[in-house]
Design a protein around this ligand. Structure first.
Ligand SMILES: [Zn+2]
Ligand SMILES: [Zn+2]
Length: 281
């Protein structure tokens, strides 16, 4: 069996992604209820019983809602940083939910670890929680990157995402739609801040100027239902990726270096209700 990448749901109502090798299966975030996660896994042809671990990026509800119950039902450890664990416990107490996990593994941002045969590297992202991270994975020799919930893309994130064959990244809002949209001003300010969420425009800037164009698949994720539209996000990313493609790479790299072939990446969108069908790598 090959490497598969399946999004069960993406957005402020719940995030969950499944990454599988032939031997190992992990969930990244558990923002859907346990029942809904299991239902969507079966719908996608995945066996929930095969799951080895749940990894958590940060303690916001849309990333942890089902974590405690999933860890009990599937009898798997939950990997989170110490800061995220503390944040999660406060969140659980606030919601009058159980605040202990049957098995917890702690990781530190910047320090790699393995779950089965999947290599994981958490990296710090700017977001308004205790210790938020994105992840890169190396699965059967293929590097994948996953990062949502980040207000901007600092240098360490650019570096972490180099060489990914699949890149799932946030394209949260269109700045103009957010500005003129229905959110109260303090919420708009929070979303727009450097520890909020990534706009289509900020992502386009990354694609045009700093992205290495390595991915065969680029997945736009965590789209706002109020302040974005799939076609608006797609167009912004497409334009920027095309512009990155058309750069005179030969001149930049020197004629002897291999030149990336333009237009090879597939641009896909992960949705809240449907997620994204399995990508087989
Ligand atoms: Zn989120
Ligand atoms: Zn968040």
């Amino acid at each position: 069996m090959a490497v598969t990448f399946t999004v069960l749901g993406s957005g402020s109502a719940g995030n969950c992604t499944v990454i599988s090798s032939s031997r190992t299966q992990i969930l990244v975030d558990a923002g859907l209820s346990c029942r809904e996660t299991v239902r969507r896994m079966r719908r996608a042809g995945l066996d929930p019983e095969r799951t080895d671990a749940v990894l958590v990026t940060h303690e916001h509800t849309d990333h942890v809602n089902g974590v405690e119950r999933l860890s009990r039902v599937l009898k798997v450890p939950v990997y989170m940083s110490a800061g995220t664990y503390e944040g999660w416990r406060c969140w659980a107490r606030d919601k009058s939910k159980p605040d202990t996990l049957p098995r917890r593994e702690e990781f530190q941002s910047g320090i790699g670890f393995n779950v089965g045969d999947i290599q994981v590297l958490p990296f710090t992202v700017p977001h308004d929680t205790n210790d938020p991270v994105g992840f890169t994975f190396v699965v059967e020799g293929v590097k994948l990157g996953l990062t949502t919930d980040l207000g901007c893309i600092p240098r360490n994130v650019v570096e972490a995402l180099r060489g990914c064959k699949l890149l799932m990244i946030e394209s949260n809002h269109d700045l103009e739609m957010l500005r003129t949209g229905p959110y109260p001003w303090p919420v708009k300010q929070r979303v727009m801040s450097r520890v909020g969420h990534l706009s289509n425009e900020a992502l386009a800037e990354f694609f045009s100027n700093e992205y290495d164009n390595c991915a065969a698949y680029v997945v736009l994720a965590h789209l706002s239902e109020q302040n974005n539209h799939p076609e608006v996000a797609r167009r912004a990313a497409q334009r920027a990726l095309r512009c990155a493609d058309s750069e005179p790479s030969a001149a930049k790299a020197g004629y002897a270096d291999p030149v990336p072939v333009p237009g090879t990446s597939s641009l896909l969108l992960a949705s809240q209700d449907e997620g994204l069908n399995s990508i087989i790598l």
